[in-house]
Structures are given as C-alpha cells and as structure tokens.
Design a protein. Sequence first.
Length: 92
Amino acid sequence: MTAMDPTDADLKSALNRLKRARGQLTGVIEAMESGAECRDVVIQLAAVGKAIDRAGFAVISTALRTCVADAADAGEDAPDLAELEKLFLTLA
C-alpha cells in the first residue's frame, strides 16, 4: 500500500482528531481512577470512539481519492478496491 502523506489536509485533520482523542482518553482514564460517575465516563468513551472512527474514515477516504483516482501513477503497491473495501469494513 502506498504511504500516507502527512501534509495532506485531510490526513492533518485526522491526525489532529487522533491527538484530541488521545487527550480525551487520558481524561477518561484519570476520571476512572478518581472514581468519576459511570455516566460521565461512558459519554467520554463514546466521544473518544467516535473521534477515532472519524479519523479512520478520513484515512480511508484519502486513500480512495489518492490511490484509486491516481491508480495509473500509484504503481503496483497501490491498494485495489477490494483491499480498500476490506479496510473500510474493519472500521464498521
């Protein structure tokens, strides 16, 4: 599979989302360790999960755009549609 370009705007957005999720996850862990309310922990866990999912979809979207649309230039290491579909479904 072709390497990701960290300067791509969509991937930068995904990286920022993951960094925020990392901070949220740290907050969830600290909340659990300090005995926070179950409801608050679950809400924050859901937010972390959604942020990670959205980042994953952004990565797949970028791969679709760059790898499939530019397949002629991508070389033999580019993923085909079946591989991208499999990656997409791993996030479902």
